[in-house]
Design a protein around this ligand. Structure first.
Ligand SMILES: [Zn+2]
Length: 256
């Protein structure tokens, strides 16, 4: 683990080095009895930092080890999430595993939570209807290795490969900015809809190469293209990381 995060700023990641440890972790609850603690930036459980002295350079390098119990001053210790942390084993990208025993199925999925998470990932509003059909179309995601109840929105996008944005509503202002500035055949209407200026034009969000990022999390490259009569313009590109989401599984329905 080469990054850590802190209790109240979970979305801010810091390199695990002496400078950042001094800057962010020099007081309770991060410093206790001579041990440094921080938060795992994937599962948000506490980690203990272990230093290793390099005899040649005389410099200390650090790595993080998940704590097996709640550390005083840390509010979260989620055993289920800890067992699903992608750092527990050797992290790898998501791959199809035809022999996998499926632990999830479409009927267990909480569509409202999934809708919010796909909206967060893509920057446009997933309607309830689109979310359900997207899930049905891409249920091969549940045959992927390491897919679980926290990370499957990422794998759904990986499996989907692309989604059409025509007449969908923008949720992230950066998407609106990209279309306003870079698109020739689309505009964002006053109600936020991505509207084609030519009925034959298509706006496609494409989920392309997957790789293991520097932080050891699977990462997916996302590109948006407008396509008309054989011309294809790149509107913008970004990437998304595998992330732990909550409440994706409807507990009551799993008991049926
Ligand atoms: Zn973790």
């Amino acid at each position: 683990m080469i990054f850590f995060t802190t209790i109240h700023h979970l979305d801010k990641w810091h390199y695990l080095n002496s400078k950042n440890i001094r800057k962010y972790l020099s007081a309770y609850p991060y410093l206790q009895n001579g041990n440094y603690y921080a938060v795992c930036f994937y599962c948000h459980n506490p980690i203990r930092l272990v230093g290793r002295l390099n005899a040649k350079t005389n410099e200390v390098s650090y790595y993080g080890v998940h704590s097996k119990k709640l550390i005083p001053g840390f509010s979260v210790f989620d055993k289920a999430k800890l067992s699903h942390c992608l750092y527990k084993n050797n992290p790898s990208t998501f791959v199809l595993d035809p022999l996998k025993q499926k632990s999830l199925n479409v009927n267990q999925v909480n569509i409202d939570s999934l809708r919010k998470d796909l909206t967060y990932y893509t920057g446009f509003y997933f309607s309830k209807k689109l979310t359900y059909s997207f899930l049905l179309r891409n249920q091969k995601a549940f045959e992927y290795r390491d897919v679980d109840q926290y990370n499957f929105p990422f794998v759904l996008l990986l499996v989907a490969k692309s989604v059409s944005l025509n007449y969908r509503k923008v949720a992230n202002p950066r998407l609106k900015y990209a279309i306003d500035n870079n698109a020739d055949y689309f505009q964002v209407s006053s109600s936020g809809q991505m509207v084609p200026l030519d009925e034959k034009a298509n706006l496609i969000m494409s989920f392309e190469e997957q790789e293991l990022a520097k932080n050891q999390l699977p990462l997916l490259h996302v590109r948006i293209y407008e396509i008309l009569d054989g011309t294809k313009n790149l509107i913008c590109e970004s990437h998304i990381f595998a992330k732990m989401f909550n409440n994706l599984i409807d507990e009551e329905r799993t008991e049926i």
